[in-house]
Every structure is written in structure tokens, then in C-alpha cells.
Design a protein around this ligand. Structure first.
Ligand code: NAD
Length: 491
């Protein structure tokens, strides 16, 4: 594998210290904009996983009984550390998975800082139980308690965000945590672990890197891991369910989607198409977002109009500027890994054979950068738009996880609901309409964990975030990282 000149090695954080892993094997981190190796991350083994669980278990008693105000202070310190090191973390995230620097710097870092601060605020109030009237002869109340050791398993598409949303709320509730970043893009998470090493008592936060088969299974099936939170694919969710089947443990599963973005003829089409062209699927990380609005359902009367507007905006070269991901002018990055690139490419090739019509894009790889040898090895995919008559095509049913969307026409509101819900997934949906009654009818009828009207991907720590159907269950929140105990005192 070709390498860039400087290749840095990263280490695990276990028990408050950076530690060499048990084997001498590393995994290459590849910059997806060039295809070159730029870092190496630990290929940890079960021995490292066990060490991390031991450290987290030892730290639990002290962290659980720490005053909420102390936990809050340390979480606030974490927010300050992220803020102070934002430029470095943003650049590592960009190198690791190709999400463009303008968005990791100005979008992601402020979101992370706010997330750790919100978790700090929750730490002081989120762990409170309640008193329950049970008659004059008894006094009853609930205690909210942390679970113990939490394993947080993260994907490659948003490593620092998934690290943060799992760790911050689990720590706020009084759990100790092991984060396993994806082996495909782990450097930013391992550096964040190093930066946070002194923010928490030793063993409270541990971060180890390795593959699913090497350490993922060992972590989730470890008897001392009390709860698992996965953000990832349905296949991994099934593997975890099987690995924990002998001794069932609570899971939070944040999985994939095939979300519908629905445009009614009464919508503000300028706003709807602008959002679709920039924010719902054709994003700075090339559509590799779980909530990507990959099915664009459009009322037949305005279908051609919306298609023309979208095509025109996508043709505007300034809009989707693929290029050096560390260049602040670049607005869309590459696909994060070669395997994912091959998968996205295969769906682009499949669509016309299923009867879909290409409206825009379709090119990939070196053909996008013929005169640019440094970028021609990158995993580039052009923003790609298809039109189809049926929602049953594979490209309309399976998660592609790239900058590829399919437009499908509908006639009535009932048909829009039926098509939107005609998928195994239930993560998100968008509705564009100027009719308030219709907006409320749609939010009630759409089978999705998140529904946005006249906006898209409005996600924040002020609202719960999760999926239904095969998009998973549970949310990374302080409520789900603690459990209620009922206590009755006979007087
Ligand atoms: P993945 O399921 O392949 O991997 C996710 C993590 O699971 C990685 O850290 C991997 O090493 C680990 N893993 C793999 N096998 C394991 C096993 N047997 N036991 C324990 N851990 C194991 O997912 P990915 O390809 O990294 O990420 C893309 C997927 O994540 C997409 O489906 C996307 O929709 C989903 N996603 C969902 C959300 C959400 O909030 N719902 C957010 C981001 C991504």
C-alpha cells in the first residue's frame, strides 16, 4: 500500500494511560481523498479488550458515587479541551474519513462542544428519581442508577460525534465507558482519548481500537459489560444480538436508514430543492449520513419542475466542489473507504438495469480528476440523481450510504405515506408542504424516529434521536444510560 511521507502511530487509552496493545500488529488508516496510508491504529486483541473492561470495572465504584456536580465539572472540562483543540481534531477527522474540513471545523466541533456541555448539565439533574405516593403506611421512591461498564461501538462515518454522544451521556449518568471506534477511521478518536486522559479519573473513559471480530465481540459479550450501544449496520446489530444471546444485556441500536424526503405540490419549491441539493443527502461527507434523504418522493404535478431545479442546482459547479478535503473551499469529500466506494459504485451501475433513469452525475474515481494525480487515487463519487417509477427497486429499498438519491412520483397524500413507509427502515423522513394540517397528519403517519417538516436533518441534543423498525431502538441519552430502581419503606 502506498504511504504518505509521515505515518503516525496511535495508541489505546486504558486505565488513564496511553498503552501499547498486546499484539505488534497495526491497521493502516487511509486518507480516502488520495488512497494513501497516513496513520496506523492498533489491531487490538481480546487481551486488550479484557484489560479495558477491568480498568472500567475498577473505576466504576468511585465514578458512580462521585457527586453529580463533580461529574458535570469534568464533562465541562472535556468540552473545553475539545474546543481548545478543535482545529487539530477537525483535521484528523477529515483525514480519517474525508468529511470536508469546512464542515468538521465549523459544523462538527461546535456541535461536539455543545454536546459535552449539555451532558454536563444533564449530569446534575438527569440522575434524579421521584417520590411515588403509595398510601400513608409506606414511603416509596425511585432511584436512578448507572448500569456499570458501557461499551460504545462506533462507525466510520462520524467518529468523533458517535464517540461523544455515547461517552458524554453514559459518563454523565455515572457509568464508566469503553469506546471502540471503527478500525476504518480511528485516529481522531484515539487522539481525542489522549486529550481527555486527564479530564477523568483513570479507567472512567477507555478507548481501544480493533476490528469487530477481534475486539468487538469480546467487548459486547464480556460478562462485566452491562450495556452496549452500537451505531452501525443491521448486520453488526444481528452479530451483537447473537453474541449476547446467552446472557442477554440491554442494547441501544442506532442503525441504517432509507429515508423519504417528500415534496408536496403546495411546498415552497425553492426551499425544498435547496435543502435537497445541499443538506439532506448531497452533504459534505458525500451522503454518508444515516438520516440521508435518499428517496425523494415528489407529487406528480411538480415532479418535472423539482427534477429540473435539482439538476440545475447540482450543475452549479460551486455547489458540490469535490477536491482536497483540507481545502476550505471544498464542499464535498470522497467516500470513506474503498469497500464502501465499491458498494456505492455497484448501486450506481445497478440502477439503470432496474429501470431507473440517470438525471445527474454517475461518474466516480479517477474520471473525476483526470489531470490531478494526487487526487486520482481517491474514492470519489459524483453527486448522483436517478428517477424511478417504482419504490420496489433495490436502489430504493437498500441503504447505499453515498451521494445517491432516487426521485419517485406520487399522486395523493395517502400514496406518499404508503411509499414512505414501504421500507424495512424507519430512521427519518422529511415533508415539504405549506399546509399545516397536512404537516401534522404526516408527522403522525410516517414510520420514522425523526420527522422534519420544511427542514431536514434538524438534529441536536435538545431532541431525542433514534430509529424504529430496522433502524434500531433506543437513544444515546442520560435516561437510557441509567435505570430506575423502585424502593418501598414500610413505615
Ligand atoms: P458497521 O456495522 O460495519 O461497523 C460499526 C462498528 O461495529 C465498527 O466499530 C465495527 O468494527 C464494529 N463491529 C463490526 N462487527 C462487530 C461485531 N461482531 N461485534 C461488535 N462490533 C462489531 O457499520 P459501519 O459500516 O462502520 O457504519 C455504517 C453504518 O452505520 C450504516 O448502516 C449507517 O446507516 C449506520 N449509522 C447509523 C447512525 C444512526 O445514528 N442511526 C449513525 C451513523 C451511522
Amino acid at each position: 500500500m502506498a504511504v504518505t511521507t509521515e505515518v503516525k502511530d496511535y495508541q489505546n487509552l486504558i486505565g488513564g494511560c496511553l498503552q501499547p496493545h498486546a499484539s505488534d500488529e497495526f491497521l493502516d488508516s487511509i486518507d480516502p481523498s488520495t488512497g494513501l496510508v497516513w496513520a496506523r491504529v492498533p489491531k487490538s486483541t481480546e487481551e486488550d479488550a479484557n484489560k479495558a473492561v477491568d480498568a472500567a470495572k475498577r473505576a466504576f465504584a468511585g465514578w458512580k458515587t462521585a457527586l453529580p456536580a463533580e461529574r458535570a465539572a469534568r464533562l465541562r472540562q472535556a468540552a473545553s479541551i475539545i474546543s481548545a483543540n478543535g482545529a487539530e481534531l477537525a483535521a484528523l477527522e477529515t483525514k480519517g474519513n474525508g468529511w470536508v474540513i469546512r464542515e468538521t471545523t465549523y459544523g462538527m466541533i461546535p456541535v461536539l462542544v455543545k454536546l459535552w456541555e449539555d451532558a454536563a448539565s444533564e449530569a446534575t439533574v438527569g440522575g434524579r428519581g421521584q417520590t411515588v405516593p403509595t398510601g400513608p403506611s409506606s414511603f416509596s421512591y425511585t432511584l436512578r442508577e448507572p448500569y456499570g461498564v458501557i461499551a460504545g461501538i462506533a462507525p466510520w462515518n462520524a467518529p468523533l460525534f458517535t464517540f461523544s454522544i455515547k461517552a458524554a451521556y453514559a459518563l454523565a449518568a455515572g457509568n464508566t465507558v469503553i469506546i471502540k471506534p471503527s478500525e476504518m477511521a480511528a485516529a481522531s478518536s484515539l487522539r481525542l482519548a489522549e486529550l481527555l486522559a486527564d479530564a477523568f479519573p483513570p479507567g472512567v473513559l477507555n478507548v481501544i481500537c480493533g476490528t469487530g471480530p477481534d475486539i468487538g465481540t469480546a467487548l459486547v459479550s464480556h460478562p462485566d459489560v452491562a450495556k452496549v450501544s452500537l451505531t452501525g449496520s443491521g448486520g453488526t446489530a444481528s452479530a451483537i444480538a447473537q453474541a449476547t444471546a446467552g446472557k442477554p444485556k440491554p442494547l441501544i441500536l442506532e442503525l441504517g436508514g432509507k429515508s423519504a424526503n417528500i415534496v408536496f405540490e403546495d411546498a415552497d419549491l425553492d426551499r425544498a430543492t435547496e435543502s435537497m441539493a445541499t443538506a439532506s443527502i448531497f452533504t459534505g461527507n458525500a451522503g454518508q449520513i444515516c438520516v440521508g434523504g435518499s428517496r425523494i418522493l415528489v407529487q406528480r404535478k411538480v415532479f418535472d419542475d423539482v427534477a429540473d431545479r435539482l439538476r440545475k442546482r447540482m450543475q452549479d459547479l460551486a455547489l458540490h466542489r469535490l477536491g482536497h478535503t483540507l481545502d476550505p473551499r471544498t464542499t464535498m469529500g470522497p467516500i470513506a473507504t474503498k469497500a464502501q466506494f465499491d458498494k456505492v459504485r455497484s448501486y450506481i451501475d445497478l440502477a439503470p438495469t432496474e429501470g431507473a433513469t440517470l438525471l445527474f452525475g454517475g461518474r466516480s474515481g479517477a474520471e473525476l480528476f483526470p489531470g490531478s494525480p494526487d487526487l486520482s487515487g481517491g474514492y470519489w463519487v459524483e453527486p448522483t440523481l436517478f428517477a424511478a417509477d417504482s419504490n420496489r427497486l433495490r436502489v430504493c429499498q437498500e441503504e447505499i450510504f453515498g451521494p445517491v438519491a432516487v426521485m419517485i412520483p406520487f399522486d395523493t397524500e395517502e400514496e406518499a405515506v404508503r411509499l414512505a413507509n414501504d421500507t424495512e427502515f424507519g430512521l427519518a423522513a422529511g415533508v415539504w408542504t405549506s399546509c399545516l394540517s397536512r404537516a401534522h397528519r404526516m408527522t403522525a403517519l410516517l414510520e420514522a424516529g425523526n420527522v422534519w417538516v420544511n427542514t431536514y436533518a434538524r438534529v441536536g441534543s435538545d431532541l431525542p434521536f433514534g430509529g424504529v423498525k430496522n433502524s434500531g431502538f433506543g437513544t444515546d441519552s442520560i435516561g437510557e444510560y441509567s435505570r430506575e430502581k423502585s424502593c418501598v419503606i414500610e413505615l
